[in-house]
Write a protein that binds this ligand. Structure first.
Ligand code: SF4
Length: 399
C-alpha cells in the first residue's frame, strides 16, 4: 500500500471526481478514472492511499496527475484561473509586483504569498476583490522563505518582513507557518501584515501573540456600519472587526491604517482617532490617491489639506498621526543587481498567464517579466524588449 500525505492539499469526494483544495483558497478536480488507473484508492481529507502499488510508483504516477490538475487551478472566491508558484514551477519570485518578493533597496522586504480578496473596496488601489477578473497567484510557503533568505545579505541590516498582498493575507492557508518562519529570522525585527481585519479571530490572535515581532496594519476605515459596507463594497461586519481589535490590543502590536477617502469617510476620521486614543492603539491615517489599475471613486485631497487635518487632530488628541520612514526603522540598503535593463532585448520563455486578461508572464535570468497584450503559447521562446525595470519589477513587449 502507498500512503501519500499533503499538508497544503485537501481532498473531497464528488460524484465522479475528487475536488482538491490548495491552501484553503484554490481548487481543481481530479478524475476518479485517472486515479483508479494508478491503483484502487481511498481518500482522507489530507491523504490518498493506493492499494497494491509501491510508494515510489504511486508517488510518481500521482505527481503527474496532480501536475495536470494544477493547470486547471482556480480561485474559490472568484473562480478565476490561478497559478501555483512552487519550487519546481520554473517561476522566479522576483520580477512581479503582485506575488513573490519585492525588494526596493530598503530594509523593508515585501512578501506576497497570494493574490485575491474577500472584500471589494471601492478604493482598492490594485483593483482586487470578489469581482476581480484577474488571474490569481499563490506561492508555496517554503519557496518564499528560501528566496527571502537570499535577499537578506543585500539588505545587510535588520529588516522588516512586510506581508503586503494584492488582497487579504489571512486568506492564505499557510499564513501562520509563514509568519512563524519569518519571525524566526534573527535579521528580521518586525513581521508586518496589511490586513482588512475581517478574517481575524480570537483563535488567530492567540496564535499570533506567540510571535513577538508581529505587527498588524488593520485598515479600519470607519466606525459607522453603513459607511463600512459602502467602502468595503460588500456587507461588512464592523462589530466583529472591532471586537477582535479590542481582544488583540494587548496581545499583538496593532497599527490602525484607515484610508481617508474624500466624501466617503473624511468626516468620520476624527471618531477613528478618538477610538485609537481610547484603546491605546497606534493609528497611521493614509491619504487616498488614484492609481491607473485601481478603483478611483473620488478625487484625492491635496497633501497640504491632508497634513493640516492630521496636525490639527494630533494637537487636539495628543496622539501621533504623522509618520516618517524612520519611525518604522526603514533605511536604504544595497541595490539588488538588475539582470537586464530598460531597452534591453532579452530571450525569454512564456511561462504562464499574467494577472490581467490577455497578458503573459515570461521568465529570463531568474526574473519574471510581465507582458501585457500578449497571448503567446506557454513554453514559447520569445524576444522581449524590456519597458520597465524599476526595483527588479519587469515589464516588456514581445518583438
Ligand atoms: S481589503 Fe485591500 S485588497 Fe481587499 S479589496 Fe479592500 S483594498 Fe483591495
Amino acid at each position: 500500500m502507498a500512503e501519500l500525505s499533503f499538508e497544503t492539499l485537501a481532498f473531497k469526494e464528488e460524484t465522479d471526481r475528487i475536488k482538491v483544495t490548495l491552501l484553503n483558497q484554490f481548487y481543481f478536480h481530479l478524475n476518479k478514472e485517472d486515479l483508479a488507473q494508478i491503483a484502487q484508492f481511498k481518500i482522507n481529507p489530507h491523504q490518498i492511499t493506493f492499494s497494491n502499488i509501491s510508494q515510489t510508483k504511486a508517488e510518481k504516477k500521482f505527481r503527474s496527475i496532480l501536475d495536470k490538475g494544477l493547470k486547471e487551478l482556480k480561485s474559490l472566491i472568484t473562480h478565476n484561473s490561478a497559478v501555483y508558484v512552487h519550487q519546481n514551477s520554473g517561476i522566479p519570485l522576483l520580477g512581479n509586483v503582485s506575488f513573490g518578493l519585492v525588494y526596493r533597496n530598503t530594509s523593508l522586504i515585501e512578501i506576497k504569498p497570494m493574490t485575491g480578496c474577500n472584500l471589494n473596496c471601492i478604493y482598492c488601489s490594485v483593483g482586487e476583490g470578489i469581482n476581480s477578473k484577474k488571474t490569481d497567484f499563490v506561492v508555496e510557503k517554503d519557496y518564499l522563505i528560501q528566496e527571502f533568505q537570499k535577499l537578506l545579505p543585500f539588505a545587510g541590516e535588520s529588516v522588516e518582513a512586510h506581508i503586503g498582498t494584492h488582497g487579504e493575507p489571512f486568506l492564505y492557508g499557510d499564513i501562520i507557518p509563514l509568519i512563524a518562519d519569518l519571525n524566526n529570522f534573527k535579521q528580521v525585527h518586525t513581521v508586518s501584515l496589511d490586513t482588512n481585519g475581517t478574517l481575524l479571530s480570537k483563535k488567530i490572535i492567540d496564535q499570533l501573540k506567540n510571535f513577538k515581532k508581529v505587527r498588524l496594519n488593520i485598515s479600519l476605515n470607519t466606525l459607522n456600519p453603513k459607511t463600512a459596507s459602502t467602502i468595503a463594497g460588500v456587507p461588512y461586519n464592523l462589530d466583529k472587526t472591532i471586537e477582535v481589535i479590542k481582544y488583540a490590543k494587548n496581545k499583538v502590536q496593532i497599527l490602525l491604517t484607515p484610508l481617508m477617502i474624500p466624501t466617503y469617510n473624511d468626516s468620520e476620521i476624527e471618531e477613528l482617532v478618538k477610538f485609537a486614543k481610547e484603546n491605546k492603539l497606534e493609528i497611521g491615517i493614509q491619504n487616498f490617491l488614484t492609481y491607473k489599475t485601481g478603483r478611483n471613486p473620488t478625487k484625492p485631497w491635496p497633501w497640504e489639506k491632508f497634513y493640516s487635518l492630521l496636525k490639527s487632530l494630533e494637537q487636539k488628541y495628543s496622539i501621533k498621526l504623522v509618520y516618517a520612514p524612520e519611525d518604522f526603522k526603514i533605511a536604504y540598503t544595497e541595490k539588488l543587481p538588475l539582470p537586464f535593463q530598460m531597452g534591453d532585448i532579452v530571450s525569454a520563455t512564456i511561462i504562464s498567464p499574467d494577472r490581467f486578461p490577455h497578458s503573459r508572464l515570461a521568465v529570463a535570468k531568474g526574473r519574471t517579466i510581465s507582458i501585457p497584450d500578449c497571448q503567446d503559447a506557454i513554453n514559447k521562446r520569445v524576444q522581449v524588449k524590456i519597458t520597465r525595470d524599476k526595483h527588479n519589477i519587469f515589464s516588456g513587449k514581445v518583438i
